[in-house]
Design a binder for this molecule. Structure first.
Ligand SMILES: [Mn+2]
Length: 318
């Protein structure tokens, strides 16, 4: 099995530790929340003390599903933990905690993002996994842990969140196998999907409305394209985070081979977000690379200098 030796090392670290700190990334999403919650549940079952440290609180819409508190790192005695496990997008947040640790504290990184450069004593990083929750499921399965209803719920939150509710191209056979095992163990997929959807604020929906209204399909390459200006964001009372899902939704339009969302980030920077799907045969990371960006084959991005200007005929980048 992949990571057997890392999983054994992690078992040893946990066995030798009484107090363990779990670190999800800042502005935690479903995978960050689900993965540290599953680890906490498991560690508590083993009789360990486990705290979750995050620079942002647990998002409100998870509060019905997650019974744990996220503690602010500066209020914790970071040196009092025997081991620290960072999970999902480990460079966001753990990078600020790591310099405060001492040599004898074991550090473990669990991630599915490519190009992680931060150091950890044990690295369990697999960019082929859909989510950190998938890796933690592998780890629990490796240890023949019985998946309780809580574990199933927490892992399902990450699995459904990072696959866009099983719609993105990282929804592999393995993901569906795990998902069905989690449902069998008591996870309620509808409850989880509803909780994540309840996250949508009216400001988010207004911004999406504007972006969708402006969308156009280019018949030459079947690209669906839209733009979001700083005025759009301000007038809707929305924030930059609300843009993230627009390209994934546009990519679902019949006939669209891939989607591109250009959004103005400051007076002179435009961010491009590209999405496609495996069956469409367009590798969008090639396009991102042409503009100095990068990412996955079916989800990538880039940044260019310029300003989106709306004219009578439409809009242009100057
Ligand atoms: Mn993730």
């Amino acid at each position: 099995m992949r990571f057997a030796s890392e999983f054994n090392t992690l078992n040893y670290i946990i066995k030798e530790s009484d107090k363990i700190l779990l670190v999800p990334h800042t502005r935690p999403d479903g995978d960050a929340v689900g993965s540290v919650s599953a680890l906490k549940e498991y560690l508590q079952y083993l009789g360990k003390t486990a705290d979750i440290a995050c620079f942002d609180p647990l998002p409100d819409y998870f509060k019905n599903l997650i019974p744990f508190e996220f503690k602010y790192p500066d209020r914790l005695d970071l040196k009092s933990y025997d081991a620290i496990i960072a999970s999902d997008s480990v460079e966001r947040g753990f990078d600020k905690i790591k310099p405060q640790l001492s040599e004898n504290q074991a550090t473990v990184l669990i991630d599915h993002h490519p190009d992680i450069t931060i150091h950890g004593d044990v690295k369990i990083i697999n960019s082929k996994s859909s989510s950190a929750c998938e890796i933690i499921y592998d780890y629990l399965e490796f240890n023949k842990v019985k998946i309780t209803k809580n574990l199933a719920t927490f892992l399902m939150i990450g699995l459904s969140s990072d696959t866009g509710n099983f719609q993105h191209s990282n929804t592999t056979v393995r993901v569906m196998e795990i998902a069905s095992n989690l449902i069998r163990s008591g996870a309620s997929l509808s409850k989880i999907v509803n909780a994540s959807f309840a996250d949508k604020k009216i400001s988010t929906l207004k911004l999406w409305g504007r972006a969708f209204e402006k969308a156009k399909i280019n018949p030459k390459n079947n690209m669906i394209l839209t733009v979001i200006t700083q005025e759009d964001i301000a007038q809707c009372g929305a924030s930059i985070e609300d843009i993230a899902q627009v390209s994934a939704i546009l990519n679902t339009v019949p006939g669209a081979n891939f989607s591109l969302v250009l959004s103005q980030r400051d007076g002179k920077t435009i961010k491009g977000s590209l999405r496609s799907e495996e069956y469409k045969g367009t590798n969008v990371s090639n396009i991102a690379h042409q503009f100095g960006g990068g990412g996955h084959k079916f989800a990538s991005g880039f940044e260019i200098k310029g300003k989106i200007v709306e004219t009578e005929k439409g809009w242009k980048v100057i």
